[in-house]
Design a protein around this ligand. Structure first.
Ligand SMILES: Nc1nc2c(ncn2[C@@H]2O[C@H](COP(=O)(O)OP(=O)(O)OP(=O)(O)O)[C@@H](O)[C@H]2O)c(=O)[nH]1
Ligand SMILES: [Mg+2]
Length: 196
């Protein structure tokens, strides 16, 4: 049965390990640098403008925010990595929370790792992707903000990202503004939710 992404609702925010859910719903997490477009992409997937708060100011998301899709899966919006102005202790707290979640959540089926097509993969992205991959969770890399660059630059950026992150295939790509690539990502998420 196909997942209706328009049936999306905020479920809960998780700020500590004691709040990790045990409801058994399959989860897919959205990770990446601050400002890369995680929350905007969740809104685009849901076809909603305001399901998730987005911001031109980075560092807005500080909890793991769970969104329930069609009552059948949770998409989890992670706080962004690498926001320089966030206090060190807060950054460390968030880092530990994400590490614990990725290591312990049995319902986590995949991690969507977002990279801005204009900046390509940075040293921080290389570090975070290899740290997250150590958990053994399947990872899907997605290039974001495709509307901001041309087709030729996009293809070059996708190849560079694949090379830097050591991927076997070119990443998916999306634009939350134009909606390009969003349906393909819905299909990939649905396949993860349906796996046993
Ligand atoms: N043109 C364009 N702008 C985008 C796109 N996606 C996000 N943005 C803009 O980029 C900025 C950051 O987007 P967010 O979705 O809040 O980014 P985030 O990754 O959730 O950021 P943090 O919560 O700080 O980690 C906002 O100003 C968005 O409007 C896109 O596909 N195209
Ligand atoms: Mg966000």
């Amino acid at each position: 049965m196909s997942l209706d992404f328009r049936k999306a609702e905020f479920a809960f925010g998780v700020a500590s390990e004691s709040q990790f859910p045990a409801d058994g719903l399959p989860q897919v997490a959205f990770a990446g640098r601050s400002n890369v477009g995680k929350s905007s992409l969740l809104n685009a997937l849901a076809g909603a403008k305001k399901l998730v708060k987005t911001s031109a100011t980075p560092g807005k998301t500080r909890e793991l925010n769970f969104f329930r899709i069609d009552g059948r899966m949770h998409l989890v919006d992670f706080p962004g990595f690498g926001y320089a102005k966030m206090p060190k202790t807060e950054r460390a707290r968030i880092g530990r929370l994400i590490d614990a979640f990725v290591a312990k959540s049995e319902a986590l089926r995949g991690i969507v790792y977002l990279v801005d097509l204009r900046t390509e993969a940075t040293a921080l992205d290389v570090q975070m992707v290899s740290a997250l991959a150590r958990s053994g969770t399947p990872m899907l890399v997605v290039g974001t903000k495709a509307d901001k660059i041309g087709k030729v630059a996009r293809e070059k950026s996708l190849r560079t990202i694949a090379e830097k992150l050591g991927l076997d295939e070119l990443p998916h790509w999306t634009s939350s503004s134009s909606g390009e690539g969003v349906q393909e990502l819905r299909d990939a998420l649905e396949a993860l939710a349906d796996e046993d």
